[in-house]
Design a protein around this ligand. Structure first.
Ligand code: SF4
Length: 94
């Protein structure tokens, strides 16, 4: 088990997320049904307009968030981003 230390006081970017008042279900779709895919697409559209998208994605990678849409990336998309991040230390997104 990996324990990641972080201080919520240091994650002030969260208050600036474009998702603050959005439906949380969009960001945590369940399964791979058409409804879930549509929810993820809606969440990613919100992320693409978000001023803290990079901070959010970096946080999700750094703290191993394994579900939901963070920084405009689904859990599957973050797996490949995380692999590259471990190799290069850089966030490389499409
Ligand atoms: S990038 Fe997406 S999930 Fe992250 S704070 Fe912005 S809107 Fe929310």
């Amino acid at each position: 088990m990996q324990i990641v230390n972080f201080d919520l006081e240091q994650e002030l970017w969260m208050q600036e997320g474009a998702c603050v008042f959005a439906d949380p279900d969009l960001f945590f779709p369940v399964g791979s049904s058409m409804k879930a895919l549509k929810q993820a697409a809606e969440a990613k559209a919100i992320c693409n307009e978000c001023d803290v998208k990079i901070e959010c994605l970096e946080y999700a990678i750094r703290t191993n968030q394994d579900s939901g849409v963070w920084g405009g990336a689904t859990e599957d998309e973050r797996k490949s981003i995380r692999r590259e991040y471990k190799k290069t230390g850089a966030l490389i997104t499409s």
